[in-house]
Write a protein that binds this ligand. Structure first.
Ligand SMILES: N[C@@H](CCC(=O)N[C@@H](CS)C(=O)NCC(=O)O)C(=O)O
Length: 344
């Protein structure tokens, strides 16, 4: 079993680790839904549930994919409360008014108060972190996967790409989010985007030494410069990262970029530039996805996002004050920040 960084959930960097660097643990539940005959977890309508948090970029990808692939009637979902405390994620209580569709008490276990109850019901000796997303099998009560996502893999979202295709209508079956024609480009971009950007913001924000922070933030911004150059070339061709249609590359990058200005710039000190004034091509790309494709907008909840980071990470923000700006969380497609409009 993988262990967390230390005994305390809120210690994002092990206090004994002199490097001061944030190291994400590896997931331990690694089974797969598969349409192959005899599979332990076959694709079935109504059988699986996704436990997510609207705040978490990893979980957000599973929600986007579920909607894009038309799996809403096939896989149910619910979101935890945005606050992550000493016992990890908790479920809202029945009397709490929460933002975000399906931010509700655990719909499957009446007595469970925290996400960790699900981990312990599967493994009473579990010592790892209690992370979202969790793909849960209602039939056996097993956790199928808590998503291993790294530079090579994206296990839950890739299960959703194809394994349910036999029970999906044609329009969703043919939506290929990891098309063979672009697979090698997607794989090679995943490598640096995962390490430098998706995880780079966390490495910057959780660093406990100046050196670890500067190393992470410098790498983050040179990779964002690379993304900007790539998207500037794509601009005349397509609104997407690769090719003519939405792919995994868009999904994986979107969940970091949509959180960038509202949270990462100030909370994680990723403030060399922001997206809205410093990266015109990334800004155009993220707004096209958000405003034009419902699966992106409908799964984005800025209240969960802003409150989670700023009110859970007490070591970064001891008074839990959530900054008001930037306003708005995301600009409409035809508006720019004042300095950008003035320069036109
Ligand atoms: N399983 C994912 C990571 C998922 C993850 O780190 N989720 C975060 C939220 S963004 C979480 O639930 N953290 C709770 C914790 O670490 O206590 C991976 O393989 O990289």
């Amino acid at each position: 079993m993988a262990t967390g960084n230390s005994g305390k959930i809120t210690d994002w960097v092990n206090p004994n680790d002199k490097s001061g660097e944030f190291k994400r643990q590896t997931s331990v539940f690694r089974d797969f839904i598969s349409r192959e005959a005899g599979a332990q977890f076959p694709p079935e309508k109504g059988r699986y549930h996704l436990y997510v948090s609207y705040a978490c970029p990893w979980a957000h990808r599973t929600m986007i994919t579920r909607k894009l692939k038309g799996l809403e009637d096939i896989i149910s979902f619910s979101s935890v409360h945005w606050h992550l405390g000493d016992k990890g994620w908790r479920f809202p209580t029945p009397d709490e008014e929460m933002p975000g569709e399906n931010t509700i008490p655990d719909p499957l276990h009446k007595d469970f108060t925290h996400l960790r109850d699900i981990y312990f019901s599967n493994d009473p000796d579990y010592t790892g972190r209690f992370t979202v997303p969790v793909l849960f099998d209602k039939k056996t009560g097993r956790i199928v996967s808590n998503e291993k996502m790294d530079e090579q893999s994206a296990e839950i979202i890739r299960m959703l790409y194809y394994e349910f295709d036999d029970i999906l209508p044609e329009q969703f079956k043919k939506l290929d989010l990891y098309p063979t024609a672009h697979r090698s480009e997607i794989d090679s971009s995943n490598e640096w985007i995962y390490n430098d950007v998706n995880n780079g913001v966390y490495k910057s924000g959780f660093a406990t030494t100046q050196e670890a922070y500067e190393k992470a933030v410098t790498t983050l911004f040179s990779s964002l410069d690379k993304v900007e150059a790539h998207l500037a070339k794509q601009a005349g061709v397509s609104p997407f990262f690769f090719g003519e249609t939405v792919t995994e590359a868009d999904i994986r990058l979107f969940t970091t970029i949509i959180r960038f200005d509202p949270v990462y710039v100030q909370h994680f000190k990723c403030n060399v530039r922001d997206i809205r004034s410093g990266y015109p091509a990334i800004h155009r790309w993220v707004r096209n996805l958000y405003w034009d494709i419902p699966a992106f907008k409908e799964t984005t909840d800025f209240e969960h996002i802003k409150k989670h980071y700023t009110k859970s990470h007490k070591q970064i923000n001891p008074f839990s004050i959530t900054p008001v700006g930037p306003v708005p969380d995301i600009l409409p497609k035809d508006e720019e920040v004042r300095a950008v409009s003035a320069a036109k």
